[in-house]
Design a protein around this ligand. Structure first.
Ligand code: NAP
Length: 221
């Protein structure tokens, strides 16, 4: 079962809908259990007959799952993880999709903030503690392209210091039609992938689209 913390927002809902469509069991997490249940009901309606989606407050969702996908704004990431830390099961794989956009402090969404640990994902790993292994993934998938059921023309670069976390994130990425998971090396590379996402926002603005993404060539995979 996969907890999508912040799954009431467009990114988490989009991922949850894609995974529910192929039969994954999902718990949408929210600061408000009622809001989570409403989002879960909506995803169940749109995701088709295989969908198994529940809603719960973030803490309950995390307690129930061995895989947690974090899709909250960077501005709330650290505080939320401090609250969730005691609830993580030993061995939990935490997949962080946060991008530390400067918009979090009133700046531009086309710029990223400097994060002391190096990236939002490394900050997540530091705060979540030893029960949790972290992978950074899904930054390149815009909520706009995740909506609906069309194949997504995009690669997902997965960064982690833990092979199991990388594997879990890669398998989940590959469950989204059209998506290819690319091993992006250590978690420290998340700072590059997160910054590339700010560039995707620039590309969306300049080319007047909403779903710019990446394809990596020449890897022979
Ligand atoms: N949108 C995209 O296309 C996209 C693409 C790639 C990566 N991302 C990343 O994915 C994350 C989520 O994106 P989003 O567009 O879905 O964001 P969002 O709509 O702003 O937030 C997602 C959810 O996070 C919860 N939340 C908001 N502020 C919070 C806080 N201070 N503390 C704890 N929870 C909070 C809210 O759920 P409740 O109020 O129900 O708790 C909200 O529905 C961001 O870090 C973003 O950088 C987004």
């Amino acid at each position: 079962m996969i907890a999508v913390v912040g799954g009431t927002g467009p990114e988490g809902s989009g991922l949850a809908q894609r995974w529910a469509r192929v039969g994954e069991s999902i718990i949408i997490g929210s600061r408000d259990a009622e809001r989570a249940r409403a989002a879960a009901a909506h995803i169940t309606e749109t995701a088709g007959p295989l969908a198994s989606v529940e809603g719960a407050d973030n803490l309950t969702a995390v307690k129930m799952c061995d895989i947690v996908v974090l899709t909250v704004p960077f501005a709330g990431q650290a505080e939320l993880l401090k609250q969730l830390k005691p609830a993580f099961r030993p061995g939990t794989v935490l997949i962080d999709a946060s991008v530390p956009l400067a918009a979090a402090v009133g700046g531009r969404p086309t710029r990223v903030l400097g994060v002391w640990q190096g990236s939002a994902a490394e900050q997540a790993a530091e705060i979540a503690g030893k029960n949790v292994t972290v992978a950074a993934a899904f930054h390149s998938l815009s909520a706009t392209v995740l909506k609906g059921d069309q194949p997504v023309d995009c690669d997902v670069i997965v960064c982690s210091d833990d092979e199991r976390a990388r594997q879990v994130a890669s398998v989940l990425a590959a469950k989204i039609p059209g998506v290819r998971a690319i091993d992006g090396g250590k978690l420290e590379n998340a700072r590059i992938v997160e910054a590339m996402t700010a560039l995707l926002i620039t590309l969306n603005i300049r080319h007047k689209v909403q779903g710019a993404g990446w394809r990596v060539t020449g890897l022979g995979i």
